[in-house]
Design a protein around this ligand. Structure first.
Ligand SMILES: Nc1nc2c(ncn2[C@@H]2O[C@H](COP(=O)(O)OP(=O)(O)OP(=O)(O)O)[C@@H](O)[C@H]2O)c(=O)[nH]1
Ligand SMILES: [Mg+2]
Length: 259
């Protein structure tokens, strides 16, 4: 059975670029991989998708016909896709790669707050082993308050999907080394992040509660990558493979962050 690597994250965090880079990485290691594009609104992709939801739905047409804005049309198109899931599933089952990489839309509402995203992903992946990669835009994570928001969002996605999940900090080629070390330091010592947050970001919590919260939010493994230079892909592959081989029981075992 193929393994599924699902790439999630905020708009522009590097999902599609990472899907392409990961495909190249796997193929260059003689592993057979296929990419599923689940973003109906994308115009240009940095890879050639093996399966493409744009063959199933037309967001532009939905916007015109139903008078919807871009976000509403995206949500509506995923609902429509859910109705065509058996065709999509058939297409997925017709391919037999070692790995499926799933590129998703940056509209996080689909996966953090709505049922359609999880329904679609569960249907596509079936009984296969899967891992979610939650992308955190490294340029945004330089700001501790942004990093906190990303960690909350990552936890929301995990609460909805309940797949094993790894946080991936992207665009590290654009981050000065000193700033990058600070971000990585936060994952080794959540108290350092608690210190760095401006107090306005946790008005309703005491310092003790913030520390406890951060410890929980940082329980996912974290990897840093550059989609441009390829740095970090050995670590990303190693950790994804470890999670996939460990299956859904992964969190019952002790996990060590790869930094
Ligand atoms: N320097 C650098 N740029 C990156 C990296 N990853 C992505 N980018 C750039 O960031 C921009 C957004 O990347 P995408 O891969 O389209 O991001 P996305 O998450 O798929 O975006 P949406 O699908 O619109 O949500 C593009 O200009 C990429 O070239 C990286 O690791 N380093
Ligand atoms: Mg994209």
């Amino acid at each position: 059975m193929p393994y599924f690597i699902i790439i999630l994250g905020t708009a522009g965090s590097g999902k599609s670029t990472l899907a392409g880079s990961l495909l190249n990485y796997l193929e260059s290691h003689n592993l057979d991989a296929a990419v599923i594009n689940l973003d109906p609104a994308v115009e240009k992709l940095p890879y050639d998708p093996d399966i493409d939801v744009r063959d199933y739905i037309d967001v532009g047409e939905l916007m015109v016909k139903q008078g919807l804005g871009p976000n509403g049309a995206l949500v509506a198109s995923m609902d429509l896709l859910a109705l065509k899931i058996s065709d999509l599933k058939e297409e997925v089952e017709s391919l037999r790669p070692n790995y499926f990489i799933i590129d998703t839309p940056g509209q996080m509402e689909l996966f953090a707050f709505r049922e359609t995203g999880p329904i679609l992903l569960n249907a596509i992946t079936g009984d296969s082993r899967r891992v979610s990669l939650f992308l955190v835009d490294g340029l945004q994570a330089v700001n501790p308050n942004n990093l906190l928001s990303s960690l909350f969002l990552s936890a929301s996605v995990h609460a909805r999907l309940t797949f094993p999940q790894v946080n991936v900090i992207t665009k590290i080629d654009l981050i000065p080394e000193e700033e990058l070390n600070k971000i990585l330091g936060y994952f080794e010592d959540p108290y350092a992040l608690a210190d760095a947050l401006t107090s306005s970001s946790y008005l309703i919590w005491s310092r003790d509660e913030v520390e406890l919260l951060l410890e929980k939010l940082m329980m996912f493994d974290v990897v840093k990558v550059s989609n441009t230079t390829g740095e970090g892909f050995d670590d990303l592959y190693a950790i994804a493979q470890r999670v996939l081989a460990g299956g859904e029981d992964y969190y019952t075992e002790e996990s060590n962050p790869v930094l």
